[in-house]
Every structure is written in structure tokens, then in C-alpha cells.
Design a binder for this molecule. Structure first.
Ligand code: BGC
Length: 773
């Protein structure tokens, strides 16, 4: 794989301009603050291939479903995160000619995503068609400290000419989603105003009535002196701008500071949008660019304090893990329980920016360990708030009770429309239940069960109860017609993972009921009443648990991914001739479905989630059988395999899988980064370091570590928050050291021995090889 980006511990750096890479870089160098996401588009006009993208969290459009053949039960729409007002725009004309990097020769270029301080910087030296040379230097960020604010410092310097330079800072709402189903534009203009050095624009969505308002202002400084000027104004539909023409001579530096506040009707009443945005903007401009930037650095320093991973001896790995952590923190900040994490975050439009099971299965562990527990809790509450919709969804599909959470959603309604996924990939319900367990197990916050968790668990259990059926010939319950996590098999019977996670949900729900009956009897009675949960129902759950059917092959000692899996021709991926991979781009769907090749961990997903219920030899037999058949064509796949390989002592495999997940976007491994980054799988990368190489688990209220050092690393360290304490775990070849950065003591088990780390204390334990565990 060609490494295009420069290696650096704290920054992502591109050192030359290549139009072929522009869309990929626009994804990789994206900035965000949990509320606003912005691809790394240029501020000035760019006529080359580009995906212009400015996104506001939670603002979406129900784009009418497009399918070839309609099936009853399909949702009417696919929710899409909306490409919103382009707030970064600053057009530049030099002596009347537009500055456009696609039409110039770019002699120097550098783009840097500074992850330590949270900004994007670009410098370029260009030669225009008429020979004029100039330098551009821009820095921009969306503020973590002030969610509504974006700020840009845009500097331009003529190098070999004197000529008037026209700058046009603007707001442009005439934007389109690339993935619009019917080539429609989704915004209507509501109002606009353009004044001297200020303008605002309010748009509303054609459906659902989301409003967004952007307000901009700017200053211009020439050679360090603030300029006094009178701009001309211009406007057209969904567009407002100012024009300023400045006389410039060689080496004059003209800097435009553009400040924008973007607000939405999610947070303000319709009549208050312009006022609220203006107020926010005024405070930001009073602070000024440098103060805003130093606030940004301070806010990121706080984030890094909680979530940094340091890898010594391997800059590529160091850069990659920070990139993954940075993108996750840019995407979800956790204060708003109406928001979630789309598979591409804010870096592109693919997957609609909607919520998938990725959140529960992959992202929750990251936020649990690297932020206050309220952040992961909000991800859970998001699903709690969607419970009624999940019940409606189950009714819509013909179930008399229970809840089926959607595969893809913005507001709790299903919006995915491929039958084999929408109707059959129901294991997602299990991941949502599992996240409740994960949260309670990790944080020890059992009050969550009585407050919210049990209702979700009980309704999911009811769904499973109705979804299984009794098969008299087997005298077992079975689950027919499902798709497991491996989407390269559809409509299979008895997918081991789905059966297992369904039964696990029933078991955990019964456990939660017992807990509440003993510890919160009053709430227990209230919930029984609210849920109208009967003893017949719980007795039925117990019966299903005892009589559930799990496909397995006793001779091989493995769980069968589904009934009949061994009837397939079993060929290993390594034996495929080059040119077959990726199979999803080279084979017909029919051939994929009949083959034994696995898109992403399926049995492996179950062995990871329910790791404490299976012994190492069971895991080994299943891993040894399934991993060689796995093509890892979902970005969610390598990380799980890396974690399990660590547990099994397959260090080389673990590292190989880690490399594949961690630099997926930086090295455009799957050749699709132009669509956006694989944000949810980045949480998987974090898991492969902390759960994989660190061996972190939580069992019986204890934090467990079984670390080893992979690959070329000489040491690594990571931070975890656990029950109020923040621990820094440092792993070297000789020892494992845990520093408690807080005054809250923590119990910890390292290589099978118990320790406690007191207030601000430290313990050091000699390292052991993972193979000896
Ligand atoms: C994976 C799903 C995942 C989705 C979004 C698909 O390719 O197979 O498991 O939920 O991508 O990341």
C-alpha cells in the first residue's frame, strides 16, 4: 500500500497537491466538534472533483425510499444527514480572475490536521494561468468550547505581482446531498440579510421543518493592520456575500478572519434562531481568533488527557491510533442524548449519517473508558427514547409484542430497505441489550436497570420470545430466516450468533429482574405493572433458554455459523487467486452467498461479547476455523479478530489485523475513503489496543489487564476511566505500570493477580508473555 501521508505523531500531513487525492483528503482532514462537521474542502472555489460537505448533527432529511421492487414492511424513507450551508466559503479573484487550485499550477502545498490542538491548516503556493504567483495560508476549526462557532484565518500573499485582490466571504445554502435518491435539493430559503461585514441565512428542510441559521462576520488585516473598508454586498437565492477589493503588492499579507455561528431549530425556537446565532457570534468575535484557537487547544488537551494512547517505537501506529481517537471525539461529544454516531461520522454522506448497531457493539466501549460515564449513558438513553418506535416497528412487521430496534435510524424509525437486512439482520437487538450490560458492568451503575434498562431489555426479550419457534422434531426452539453479522449470507436458519445473543438477552433480562426484585422492590413492582410482565412470560423465557438450539459440529469442536455451513465448499481466503479480492467488487452476489467466505466476524462476534462464558480452547478452535475464511470486507471485522488473536496468543495475527484496522482511512486501505472515514470502526481500533493488546476486561467489578507488546512497539500506554478513577496503564517489555491520576482508589487484576492502586498511586508488575496465561 502506498503511504501518501507523512508520518507524524500528532498530525496528519499531506505535502503535495494531487487532485486525485482531493476527495480522500477532504474526508481524512475533516474537522468536527460533535455538532458541526466539515469536510476539508478548500475555502476558495475549487472546480476539480470534490465532495463539498458541511453537516449539522441531528439535522436530517427523510429521503423517499428508492427500491427496485417494493416489499411490505419497507420504510417510506431513508434518513440522510444533510449537507448544510457552506459556511467556510471565501472566493478570491486576482485582478478579476478566480483563484481555483484546479486551474493553477500548485508549486507548494501542505495540509495539516493538527490533532493535538484540533485545527486544520493549509498552505499553498500557486501560479495562476497568467503567471501571477501567490501564497495561501488558511487555518480553521470548529470550536469544542463553543459548539456553534467555526472560525477561519485565511491569508493571501501576492509573490510576484501588484493587483487588486477581491475577497468574497459568503454563506451558500444552495447545496445538495451527493446521495440524494431523486437528485433533489433538500433546503428551502426562509430568510436572509446581508449587511456590511455581516450576513445571515436561514434555511428550512423541505420535509420535517428543520431550520438552520448561519450568521457570519469577518475582519481583514493587511500587513498586521486592521483595514477599514466598505464592502459591497450581494445576494441570490440561498446565498449571501460581501465583496471587498484590496490593492495588493508583492509580499503584502492580507488576512481575512471569518467567524460563523451555525444554529439549528433542534436547540432554539424558530423565532430565536438569528438572534441566538448573532449572540453566539458576537461573543466569539469579541474573543477573537487567537483566543478561540487557544480555547480549542485547551479543550483538546482535556480530551487527550482522558483518551490518549501513546505508542513508542512505531510512528505509523502512533499517528493512526491518535487519528482514530481524534475522529471519534470530533464526532460525538455526548452531552445531547438525541445524537448518535453515524458510520462515517461527519466526514461524508454514505450510510446517511444514521445510527447502526455499530454504536452499541463498537463505540460504547470507547466512550465508557475514555469519558465520564454520562457520555456512554446518553448513547443508551438515545435507544431508551426510541423504545416506543421500536415497538411500533415490531408491530409493523407482524409481531404481537416486543420491540425490534431498527438497523438504521435517525429518530427511532427504521429507514433501511433491503429485506435481508431490514427484516432479517435482527441480531442488532442483541447488541442494544448487550450495551446495557456493558454499561452496568463497566460503571457499576445498577440504578440504570431500574431507571431505563429493564424496559428495553424486557421488550427486546419479548421480541425474541415471539421470533423463535418450537421445532417438535428437534424438541428445541429455533430461529429461522435471519441474517447474522456476516452479511454475505442471508435468510439462514439458526445463525449461532443470533440464537446466542437472543438467549443471552433473555438470561440477562431475568437476572436484571431478580436484581430489581431484591434491591429495588418498589421499582420492580412499578415496572412489572408498567410492562404488564407476567410470570407466564418469564417462565416461557426460561423454557426457551433451556431448549434453544445451537448449531455446532462436535467433531471439529466449533459452533456452526448457521445450519448447513459445513455443506459449503470450504476454501481458505489465502487459497483464492489474486484478483478475486475484494469479493464484493469481483464476484456476483450469487457467488458470494453460496461461498464460505465471511464478510465480518459472526461466531467471532459472539465469542468476543460473551468471552467470559467460553474457554480458550473453544475460542481457539472457532478462531482457527473461521478466521481463514474471513475476507474482512467490513471495516468492523479486523478489530474483533485482533482482540481475539491477542487473547489466544496469536501475536502476529493480532498485529496484522490491528494494522488493517488502524490505518484503514489514512492509507485508504479499502479504496473508499473519498466517501468518508470509517468512523465507527475507529472505535474498534481503539478496542484492539485496549481490549486486545491491553487485554482489558471488567469482571466481578474488577478491572482486568493481560497486556503484551505487539509488533515493533517498544512500549505503549493508554488511559482508562474506571469507576471514577482515571488510570494510565503503561506497558513495556519488562513491566506493566498503572498510575492512578485521581484520588479514587481502584482494584485491578494484572496477569491473574489482584492489586489495588491508591489515590494518586502507582503499581508496577513484571510483564508476562500472553502465551503463558
Ligand atoms: C456492516 C454492518 C455495519 C454497516 C455500517 C456494513 O458493511 O456489514 O455490520 O453495521 O456496514 O457500518
Amino acid at each position: 500500500m502506498k503511504q501518501y501521508l507523512k508520518l507524524d505523531e500528532w498530525s496528519i500531513i499531506e505535502e503535495s497537491f494531487d487532485a486525485i487525492h482531493q476527495e480522500i483528503s477532504e474526508s481524512v482532514f475533516s474537522i468536527g466538534n460533535g455538532y458541526i462537521g466539515q469536510r476539508a474542502n478548500f475555502e476558495e472555489k475549487y472546480s476539480g472533483p470534490s465532495l463539498q460537505g458541511s453537516y449539522m448533527a441531528g439535522v436530517y432529511y427523510p429521503d423517499k425510499t428508492r427500491v427496485g421492487w417494493w416489499k411490505n414492511g419497507y420504510p417510506d424513507y431513508f434518513a440522510k444527514v444533510l449537507n448544510s450551508t457552506n459556511w467556510i466559503g471565501i472566493d478570491v479573484h486576482v485582478n478579476g480572475s478566480p483563484l481555483d487550485l484546479a486551474a493553477c499550477s500548485v508549486t507548494e502545498f501542505r495540509r495539516e490536521l493538527n490533532m493535538k490542538e484540533g485545527y486544520l491548516a493549509r498552505t499553498a503556493v500557486v501560479k495562476m494561468a497568467d503567471g501571477k504567483q501567490l501564497k495561501i495560508a488558511s487555518t480553521r476549526f470548529v470550536s469544542i468550547a463553543r459548539h456553534e462557532i467555526g472560525a477561519i484565518r485565511y491569508a493571501i500573499t501576492p509573490l510576484n505581482f501588484s493587483a487588486p485582490i477581491r475577497l468574497t466571504p459568503y454563506l451558500d445554502g444552495d447545496v445538495k446531498n451527493k446521495d440524494s435518491n431523486y437528485e433533489e435539493k433538500f433546503w428551502n430559503e426562509v430568510s436572509k440579510e446581508v449587511g456590511l461585514c455581516t450576513a445571515n441565512l436561514t434555511l428550512k428542510t423541505k420535509k420535517l421543518d428543520f431550520h438552520i441559521t448561519s450568521v457570519m462576520t469577518y475582519d481583514i488585516v493587511k500587513n498586521g493592520q486592521k483595514l477599514e473598508f466598505t464592502p459591497s454586498t450581494s445576494e441570490k437565492e440561498k446565498y449571501v456575500a460581501n465583496d471587498i477589493t484590496i490593492a495588493a503588492a508583492p509580499n503584502d499579507e492580507i488576512v481575512l478572519y471569518k467567524y460563523v455561528a451555525n444554529v439549528t431549530s433542534r436547540n432554539y425556537g424558530l423565532g430565536q434562531l438569528v438572534e441566538a446565532a448573532t449572540k453566539s457570534l458576537n461573543k466569539a468575535t469579541t474573543a477573537g481568533f487567537d483566543v478561540l484557537l487557544s480555547e480549542q487547544a485547551a479543550a483538546w488537551a482535556d480530551k487527550w488527557k482522558e483518551s490518549d494512547i501513546i505508542i513508542e517505537g512505531d510512528v505509523a501506529a502512533q499517528q493512526a491510533i491518535r487519528f482514530n481517537i481524534f475522529q471519534l471525539n470530533q464526532t460525538y461529544s455526548g452531552e445531547d442524548d438525541r445524537l448518535n454516531i453515524g458510520p462515517k461520522g461527519f466526514t461524508g454522506e454514505k450510510y446517511g449519517g444514521s445510527t447502526y448497531w455499530d454504536t452499541e457493539a463498537y463505540c460504547v466501549p470507547f466512550y465508557l473508558s475514555t469519558a465520564d460515564s454520562s457520555i456512554a449513558r446518553n448513547l443508551l438513553i438515545y435507544r431508551y427514547k426510541h423504545l416506543e418506535k421500536a415497538k411500533e416497528n415490531a408491530r409493523k412487521l407482524g409481531f404481537s409484542k416486543g420491540a425490534l430496534y431498527p438497523m438504521v435510524t435517525m429518530n427511532g424509525e427504521e429507514c433501511h430497505n433491503e429485506w435481508e437486512i431490514t427484516f432479517e439482520e435482527i441480531h442488532r437487538n442483541g447488541a442494544i441489550a448487550y450495551a446495557i450490560y456493558n454499561y452496568v458492568n463497566y460503571t457499576g451503575d445498577k440504578s440504570y436497570l431500574g431507571q431505563y434498562g429493564l424496559e428495553v431489555l424486557a421488550e427486546i426479550s419479548r421480541f425474541w420470545e415471539e421470533r423463535v419457534n418450537y421445532a417438535p422434531l428437534k424438541d428445541k426452539y429455533v430461529m429461522l430466516g435471519v441474517t447474522g453479522p456476516n452479511e454475505y449470507e442471508n435468510n439462514v436458519n439458526n445463525n449461532w450468533y443470533t440464537n446466542r445473543i437472543a438467549m443471552w438477552t433473555l438470561e440477562y433480562t431475568l437476572e436484571a429482574l431478580d436484581y430489581l426484585e431484591t434491591n429495588e422492590p418498589h421499582r420492580y413492582e412499578e415496572l412489572l405493572d408498567k410492562l404488564k410482565l407476567t410470570t407466564e412470560e418469564t417462565a416461557k423465557w426460561k423454557d426457551i433458554i433451556t431448549k434453544m438450539y445451537y448449531p455446532e459440529d462436535k467433531e471439529l469442536g466449533i459452533f456452526l455459523q448457521q445450519d448447513g455451513f459445513l455443506d459449503k465448499e470450504i476454501i481458505q481466503v489465502k487459497d483464492l487467486k489474486p484478483g478475486n479480492l475484494p469479493i464484493n467488487q469481483n464476484w456476483s452476489w450469487d457467488r458470494i452467498l453460496r461461498s464460505c467466505f465471511i464478510k465480518q466476524g459472526d461466531v467471532i462476534q459472539g465469542l468476543y461479547f460473551l468471552g467470559d462464558r467460553y474457554d480458550l480452547e473453544t475460542k481457539r478452535r472457532n478462531f482457527d476455523f473461521y478466521e481463514p475464511l474471513t475476507v474482512h470486507e467490513s471495516s468492523l471485522s479486523p478489530c474483533l479478530h485482533s482482540i481475539l488473536a491477542c487473547e489466544l496468543g496469536y501475536q502476529e495475527k493480532a498485529y496484522e489485523m490491528y494494522l488493517r484496522t488502524s490505518r484503514l482511512d489514512l492509507d485508504n486501505y479499502n479504496n473508499d475513503t473519498e466517501d468518508g472515514c470509517h468512523t465507527t470502526s475507529m472505535a474498534g481500533t481503539w478496542m484492539s489496543v485496549v481490549h486486545g493488546f491491553g487485554g482489558l476486561r471488567v469482571q466481578n467489578d474488577e478491572l482486568i489487564l493481560k497486556p503484551f507488546i505487539p509488533g515493533r512497539w517498544t512500549s505503549f500506554s493508554f488511559k482508562v476511566m474506571f469507576r471514577g478513577a482515571r488510570l494510565k496503564v503503561h506497558v513495556s517489555e519488562q513491566s506493566v505500570t498503572v498510575f492512578n491520576e485521581t484520588e479514587i482508589p481502584a482494584a485491578i487484576r494484572i496477569h491473574n493477580r489482584d492489586y489495588s492502586v491508591g489515590s494518586l498511586g502507582m503499581i508496577q508488575v513484571e510483564s508476562e508473555s500472553v502465551n503463558t496465561l
